[in-house]
Design a binder for this molecule. Sequence first.
Ligand code: UGA
Length: 460
Amino acid sequence: MAVIADRCPQIQVTVVDLNADRIAAWNSSDLSRLPVYEPGLDAVVGRCRGRNLFFSTEVERGIAEADMVFLSVNTPTKTKGLGAGQASDLRWVEASARSVAAYAQGHTIVVEKSTLPVRTAAAVQAILQAAQGKTAASDESKSFSVLSNPEFLAEGTAVADLERPDRVLIGGEDSAAIEALASIYAHWVPDERILRTNLWSSELSKLTANAFLAQRISSINSIAAFCESTGADVREVARAIGMDSRIGPKFLQAGPGFGGSCFQKDILNLVYLCRHYGLDEVAAYWQSVVDLNTWQQHRIARLVVNNLFGTVTGKRLAVLGFAFKADTNDTREAPAIRICRDLLEEGAELAIYDPKVAPDQMVRDLGLAASSAGPGLSGEGCWQASASVAEAVQGADAALILTEWQAFRALPWPQLAQQMRQPAWVFDARAVVDPEVVRSAGLRLWRVGDGSVNQRTGNG
Ligand code: UGA
């Protein structure tokens, strides 16, 4: 919405939310305190806020005054009831649609921005239709057009992705509404990149795009494990296959498995819907992408334990990076969560450092309060947040790199090694360190997908 406001100064954009703290944070005069850390976003908000971009808790008024309403609420995986663990929880979408139905005036275009299961627009439409024609106190009768306009931005590069999108997708049945939305994007997106489809194709394209991207990551991670066993290097393999223009070079980076709010959720959703339609083989195919991802995370925790003489009980391990990827403070489904939990289960003492993730968030994600008292040999794992890499590695038997923060690419390993308990390890799940530097600092190295490095260390 900030980018739309930036690119279309004549359009007034009002972001409304029931959460007053969040809105206050978006209105904060200190732009470094915005609730979302995203490179470049502070500058965009700084340019537009108070000009044609407003943040408010006045939901009713925001809807009543709008010609177009973007539904941009959460659709997490359901945790209980029908479809628990797979289906999307649509309660916030439904509640928002009901608010729009109640407060809208005149003709309103309602745009689904949240990622939704296919055919959710039908539910939104049904709720809106029930209100259609009813008159609000002083207004002419209301009517609605529903569009699907899924978002393809990735966190960490969101502003750039929005400013130069590969494509903008608009699904709908009402061509006037489609053109109204297309005319907003036309301020900065060439028309050939604005695709118009029917509603269901648009909704399904979003799920499919994420499923395909995640599938590439599981595919390369499966090959990474194979490379580790055979002496090949997955980066060389990725480069070789990526030069085939039919495959392409992107999304072939092996790592600790994909995280983020969308990939797993969207695939599970696809799995649920396929089962619903009796497509069990299709469901099983996509389920395997998630299963491989979970396996990769457990595999990394297991190999840390195995290489540290089969036990991490009472050992201090530095965890470098907790966010699900670099350049974000988001930890949703971060691979670090599952890996840390496995190591805590094994009785490790974790010292976790992430340049952007707040310790409170780690408490919520790990489901365990931080504790400064070491675990001893009692067998109970514990963790603390560290203020720097140097603090995290102090006395540690190993450093695990779980997020590819730029700063982790050039760490002063000779100095850090001196603070660690020998023989000490670096487990590089993002392949960001220079193997020569780490090894010449006297450290043992495991690097994801690199059979040549791991076999030289003597531990595959
Ligand atoms: C993803 C998609 O890339 C966006 O197009 C989509 O709009 C978004 O989900 C969404 O549906 O909201 P995002 O989750 O923000 O974006 O981040 P990605 O860059 O896709 O990374 C997801 C995960 O995959 C991260 O944990 C990342 O480290 C991992 N990854 C990515 C790899 O392990 N290897 C790669 O080669 C690429």
